[in-house]
Design a protein around this ligand. Structure first.
Ligand SMILES: CC(C)(COP(=O)(O)OP(=O)(O)OC[C@H]1O[C@@H](n2cnc3c(N)ncnc32)[C@H](O)[C@@H]1OP(=O)(O)O)[C@@H](O)C(=O)NCCC(=O)NCCS
Length: 155
């Protein structure tokens, strides 16, 4: 049976689940619980995907002037390839567009082929490389950007 998956703002009650997802995703930089305080306060956009109140994935982003950045995005390993990451990504891209952002940036580990395929599928293009950006293990970051199309009315 198909599960109903809701996308909703990341709240303080979600942090245990978000930290557990992080612990299963060595591809991303794990944030401390305290780092999520601005997200929970609504200062940074953050969203979770939940089915039957179980959190399956999350995304955190940040908007600055005419640009936005995806800071972290992850889906539980057993819940991947079901469109959950896409729904979270579309949510933040649309939110950024409506807030007036013209492009969205992100960094991804050079070896993270799944995420690279995922972001390219969603219109992100390679724009640069940050050498030795990641530690544990040390690795280059690829810098990706997605140009957003603003409607003439800015909506
Ligand atoms: C990247 C990630 C968020 C994708 O989440 P997801 O829910 O599996 O993504 P979706 O189901 O929406 O996938 C959409 C499309 O992206 C591409 N894609 C996703 N995972 C892929 C993989 N492992 N291999 C190849 N293509 C992949 C496919 O084109 C897929 O469409 P399809 O399933 O119809 O072929 C997930 O793999 C993840 O959490 N990875 C670990 C954390 C991470 O790397 N985050 C990004 C760091 S910047």
């Amino acid at each position: 049976m198909e599960r109903l998956i809701a996308i909703r703002p990341l709240a303080a009650d979600d942090l245990d689940a978000v930290l557990q997802i992080q612990a299963q995703c060595p591809e991303i930089v794990a944030w401390s619980r305290a780092s999520y305080a601005p997200v929970v306060r609504g200062e940074y956009p953050g969203w979770v995907a939940a089915a039957d109140s179980r959190v399956l994935g999350f995304v955190v982003s940040r908007k600055t002037a005419e640009e936005a950045e995806i800071l972290n995005l992850a889906v539980l390993p057993e819940a991947r390839r079901q469109g959950i990451g896409s729904r979270l990504l579309v949510q933040v891209l649309e939110e950024a567009r409506q807030a007036g952002a013209r492009r969205v940036w992100l960094e991804v580990r050079a070896s993270n082929a799944a995420a690279i395929r995922f972001y390219e599928r969603h219109g992100f293009r390679l724009r640069g490389l940050r050498r030795d950006y990641y530690s544990n293990p040390r690795e280059d970051a690829l810098l990706y950007c997605c140009e957003l199309v603003q409607s003439p009315q800015g909506k």
